[in-house]
Design a protein. Structure first.
Lengths: 612, 506
């Protein structure tokens, strides 16, 4: 199994290295062959591993790769841990990555960075697999930073665009805030458990812990890391800006895989989080707040990718809420279904953008239902899965979360439950708003024909996006389905649909009236509650001010002034003592060495005398 | 075999003699100087490999020892030795100097012989400082490294080089005087305590000299200041940015990669063994100064407008992690993670040696093309120099400690150990380096490499030559190798650090 897992992980790395280093010597065909064969092999093997460890429920297996560091008796071994959780993750990662690889062939066809792009997504796939397959926290951190790095590189893929390089720096730095938390969490776990290996940590959990620091501090630190990566309030601010990157990576990285790394991490460390219910409750509350409030923001966006990005944040909120109430399976289930339908939605959006000459403003779209019938159908299916229409995959995963929160005994659970239900309404509202504006609003847009390689991967992704929920739910799928039409959630979805239909299709005057009448109210949402303004107008200038103060005042005015004064005194003394013509440099060396010799001889004179 | 017995002497004297030879025999062609310096470098690489092969990391204490009486009556011996602590630095020295000598300088066209001579002599003296086991010999080499460096900055430096060199000299010699007095005092104490002549100034015997506790507190500062200036620590760091900005590229590389490391090495070799109690007593102050370097200096780096100054401040900030890691040992509960902290500190030094030299090489390449180091004159270089941009991306990431690069290993180990102090301030401030380091490194990268092409001059830039590519690739491979296989270093430094820890905390 070591070999299988190594091949799954390192094949994409090999493809990334070859395409990255030899990009000037390869043509597009060679690049495609290398990248696609690597990811295909990886995906097939992942499916095989998934079959063994998930479907056949083979017990978890741990294999060691190599000894990364051994400091005295402290050892850090790198290796793989494969169990149900990681087998689900690798299947999602490799499958979505494969579809994105195929999609990219057509999407990036005209771009001069074509091969570089393939190198990046292969590198990303490697880092993500390294993250989820790791058997310890340090190696996980390698993957964690690796995916962050590739995300940084890909958001700034078109590095001539100032907005893109602003966005990627922001993404990296916000994630670094999370990393500060995460690395402290790892250090804290090491402090308590004396190991960073998952298996050993889980074994120790069974026994009473002798904690030198309160465990809740450690889990909070880990959660801060997860908050940044999985875009929870208030560290979500980087994700909407990340849409500056090419659309395929918005699907792969900023919807399906990387942003779920935080969810994965908490699910992986669920055993520790279970011991700190107060942290769990905070996670639930933050998740529910994210799910609802960022859903509202999605309603006010005009960029098609940003609508979907806010929708991603909102859905991540659902997953976080599930983690909060301890249903790790539920969170991973939603992660699983979300990966497929959100990737599909993003890729559909990308297809629309391409067909309209890279137009992303939804108010410059419209009337696309007839022009892009295939995308229309696919987008509708994706939307239904997203809103959780009974029978679609999102329905099963989302209702599992809402039920779990409902059943929770936490004090704030009822409020969280309400927020999540309201979130369903928002999801339905913004999804159908987008749907009506893009596909049914009357307009003069003229869409181009789209290539087969663009829509086929979306269609393939749509299969699990529609059906996987029912399969996952097991034999009860039909009972749940028939129940689904009577739930509050369905009411919310229907309400959202009707409101969106009325306001954005039937009577567009309503939405226009609202946006004018509630101008100042709207501003709050358009500015995303002002967090970006806070960062740009207050935090960054203050940091720069402090830096300048330290430099100009403390370093130059206080410290250097003393040094210069001392230097001046020395220069004057020296030149008064001897009027030599030599340069100052030699002068000083001479003075100092001479005095050194004097001091030396004075100090050792006793010994010299003694030895004589 | 004769060669194997004298590898250490050869590492020191071969480059020094070759350098002197080149100064004396002027008038030859540029290519003959280059030929001589390159062949000396090739021999030194071979010697270093030989040294590595002859070194047994399992043994404790010094190996390949050479010792000859010098002024044996007063305890001066010409004695050299190598252990797991000095070996990685010797390898780093050989590696960095090989790259420096390989690079054809833009500054010294007329007097290439002097320029090369300075660097060869510098290499010999730096090797000497790392290999000396007699404290006075160590002192001599430690000081001697400065002279060729002054000359390099003074002769081939920028416009404001006089101010920079004077500042540099004032700082370093001020510290050195105290160091000499401290070492001589230790020697006389050893003599008084009846040690053999051969042990009076033996660097390895410092721990056996009993210094009265009150005296230790004074002696500590005498010994400490010289190394603190060299590291450089807050608040005696202001010479470094000026020296870097004025120094030619190769001078900056050596200064950042190796000279600063002498400071950290001296702390481990001299200060801690000689005055352990005082070191424990003052640890809190030193840790706060280190944290100051990590946060305060990083904030200064963030607002720099000159590339070299920014990297210089970033160096100070990184070296803060070295002193933090070293003195953190005294604040950790007994028998916990002292080794992690100390090994981490050494790893930060080695990593910084590679990363900072790569950054300075990179800035030098840009400066040679554009004749400016101001960040505002750049922008969009990635479009015109893609290969260079990719390599610099890697170095910037290593500078902010990305896992998989050497920059991560040491910082990670120190942060892990730091947690055991349970001191919230230590923990929070040290960890901020993740954020601050990324901020200034990537902000620099963004402003120089990303964005639209800034000017006509940037648009006309040519990508790096194969020579520069070779140098940067070699550094990049070193950085990645240490990031993925840090054990190659930990294996070497494991024994000496364990010995040091047991003498400090037995």
């Amino acid at each position: 199994m070591l070999y299988v897992l190594s091949i799954i992980t390192f094949l994409p790395l090999a493809s990334a290295i070859i395409n990255g280093l030899y990009k000037n010597y390869l043509n597009k065909t060679a690049c495609n062959i290398i990248a696609l064969s690597a990811i295909t092999a990886s995906a097939i093997l992942s499916a095989y591993v998934f079959y063994i460890f998930y479907i056949q429920s083979t017990p978890a297996l741990e294999v060691t790769l190599y000894n990364w560091a051994m400091i005295n008796n402290i050892t850090f071994n790198f290796g793989f841990l494969i169990d149900k959780l990681s087998s689900v993750m690798i299947l999602v990662v490799t499958f979505v990555s494969l579809m994105v690889h195929i999609y990219t062939i057509a999407y990036m066809e005209e771009d001069k960075g074509y091969i570089r792009f393939f190198a990046y997504i292969a590198l990303f796939t490697f880092a993500m697999l390294f993250l989820v397959l790791s058997n310890n926290l340090v190696q996980m951190f390698f993957g964690w930073e690796g995916v962050g790095l590739v995300s940084y590189l890909l958001i700034g893929f078109w590095f001539e665009k100032p907005s893109a390089v602003r966005a990627n720096l922001k993404a990296f730095l916000v994630n670094r805030i999370g990393d500060c938390g995460l690395i402290l969490g790892i250090a804290g776990i090491y402090l308590i458990f004396n190991t960073v290996n998952y298996g050993q940590i889980f074994n120790l959990l069974a026994k009473p812990l002798n904690t030198t620091v309160p465990l809740w501090i450690v889990t909070s630190c880990v959660f801060i890391g997860a908050m940044a990566k999985s875009a929870q309030i208030p560290l979500h601010i980087w994700l909407p800006d990340s849409m500056e990157g090419p659309t395929p990576i918005s699907a792969l990285i900023h919807a399906a895989t990387m942003v779920t790394a935080g969810i994965y991490l908490i699910a992986r460390l669920g055993g520790i989080f279970n011991l700190t219910p107060n942290v769990q409750e905070s996670i639930m509350v933050i998740g529910a707040l994210t799910a609802f409030f960022l859903g509202i923001v999605a309603l006010f966006q005009t960029d098609i990718k940003r609508v979907i990005a806010y929708s991603t944040i909102s859905q991540l909120g659902y997953m976080a809420a599930a983690l909060g109430v301890g249903t790790y399976d539920g969170a991973i289930f939603h992660l699983f279904t979300h990966a497929f339908f959100k990737a599909a939605l993003f890729l559909s959006a990308g297809a629309i953008i391409v067909s309209l000459h890279h137009e992303q403003n939804i108010f410059k779209m419209g009337n696309l239902a007839k022009q892009l019938p295939i995308i229309y159908v696919l987008f509708l299916l994706g939307t239904l899965a997203l809103v959780g229409f009974p029978g679609f995959s999102g329905f099963y995963s989302k209702s599992a979360i809402i039920e779990a929160v409902h059943a929770s005994k936490f004090h704030y659970a009822p409020y969280a439950h309400q927020l999540l239900l309201a979130g369903v309404l928002m999801t339905s509202l913004y999804s159908f708003r987008l749907f009506f504006i893009v596909f049914h609003r009357k307009s003069q847009t003229h869409a181009h024909h789209i290539a087969k390689t663009l829509w086929v991967p979306i269609a393939i992704l749509m299969i699990p996006a529609v059906f996987v929920g029912a399969i996952y739910a097991g034999p009860e799928w039909f009972a749940k389905l028939s129940h689904g039409f009577m739930d509050t959630e369905f009411l919310m979805i229907a309400l959202g649909f009707i409101l969106a239909y009325l306001a954005y299709y039937q009577f567009p005057q309503i939405s226009e009236f609202l946006s004018k009448g509630l101008k100042y109210f709207n501003l709050i949402f358009i500015h995303k509650y002002g967090l970006d303004l806070l960062v740009d107008k207050i935090i960054i200038p203050s940091v720069r001010f402090i830096g300048n103060f330290c430099w100009q005042f403390v370093d130059l005015k206080i410290i250097d002034k003393q040094v210069n004064a001392f230097g001046l005194v020395l220069t004057k003394t020296a030149s008064a003592l001897r009027k030599l013509q030599t340069g100052l440099l030699y002068h000083y060396i001479f003075v100092v060495i001479a005095s050194a010799v004097m001091v030396l001889s004075w100090l050792v004179k006793d010994q010299i005398m003694g030895s004589i | 075999m004769l060669v194997e017995q004298h590898i250490l002497s050869a590492l020191i004297w071969l480059p020094i003699l070759a350098g002197l030879f080149m100064v004396l025999f002027t008038g030859s062609s540029k290519w003959s100087y280059r030929g001589i310096s390159l062949s000396v470098t090739a021999i030194l690489i071979a010697l270093t490999i030989l040294l590595y092969l002859n070194f047994n990391p399992m043994l404790k204490g010094m190996q390949l020892v050479e010792s000859y009486p010098w002024f044996s009556e007063i305890g001066l011996f010409y004695s050299l030795g190598v252990d797991g602590l000095s070996l990685p630095f010797i390898i780093l020295t050989t590696f960095i100097f090989a790259l420096v000598v390989y690079k054809i300088p833009h500054v010294a066209q007329e007097d290439l012989n002097k320029y090369m001579a300075c660097f060869l002599i510098m290499q010999g003296t730096i090797n000497g400082a790392f290999l000396a086991t007699n404290s006075i010999l160590f002192y001599i080499f430690f000081e001697a490294t400065m002279i060729p460096l002054f000359l390099v900055i003074g002769l081939w430096g920028g416009e404001n080089r006089r101010y920079a060199t004077i500042k540099f000299i004032l700082y370093t010699f001020a510290g050195s005087l105290f160091l000499l007095i401290g070492l001589l005092y230790l020697g006389s104490l050893a003599k008084a305590q009846g040690l053999n002549n051969s042990d009076v100034f033996n660097l390895l015997n410092l721990a056996q000299i009993k210094v009265p506790q009150d005296f230790q507190k004074i002696l500590f500062w005498f010994l400490f200041v010289a190394f603190a200036i060299k590291v450089p620590m807050l608040p005696v760091h202001t010479w470094l940015p000026d020296a870097h900005v004025q120094a030619p590229t190769a001078g900056s590389v050596i200064l950042a990669a190796l000279t600063l490391k002498l400071g950290g090495y001296g702390l481990l070799r001299v200060v801690l063994p000689a005055t352990p109690m005082a070191a424990a007593y003052f640890a809190n102050i030193i840790i706060w100064l280190s944290l100051g370097a990590i946060v305060y200096v990083a904030l200064i780096a963030l607002v720099q407008t000159n590339m070299k100054k920014l990297i210089a401040y970033s160096s100070i900030s990184h070296m803060g992690f070295v002193t933090l890691g070293i003195f953190l040992m005294f604040k950790l509960p007994p028998n916990t993670t002292q080794a992690l902290s100390l090994n981490g500190a050494i790893m930060v030094m080695l990593s910084h040696g590679l990363v900072s030299s790569a950054m300075f090489f990179g800035v030098g390449i840009l400066y040679d093309k554009m004749h400016t180091k101001e960040i505002k004159d750049f922008g969009g270089v990635a479009a015109t120099m893609p290969k260079f941009a990719s390599l610099m991306m890697l170095f910037s990431l290593a500078n902010c400690g990305l896992p998989g690069t050497s920059g991560f290993v040491g910082e990670f180990a120190v942060i892990m150990a730091n947690m055991h102090t349970l001191n919230i301030w230590y923990i929070v401030l040290a960890t901020l380096t993740l954020l601050l380091g990324a901020s200034y490194s990537l902000l620099l990268y963004k402003n120089v490499f990303f964005g639209p092409v800034h000017s006509q001059a940037v648009a006309q830039l040519q990508d790096i030559t194969w020579q520069d590519k070779f140098i940067l690739t070699a550094l990049a491979l070193g950085i990645i190798f240490l990031g993925i296989f840090p054990n190659s270093v930990f294996k070497l430094i494991g024994n000496p650090t364990a010995t040091l820890i047991s003498t400090l905390f037995n």
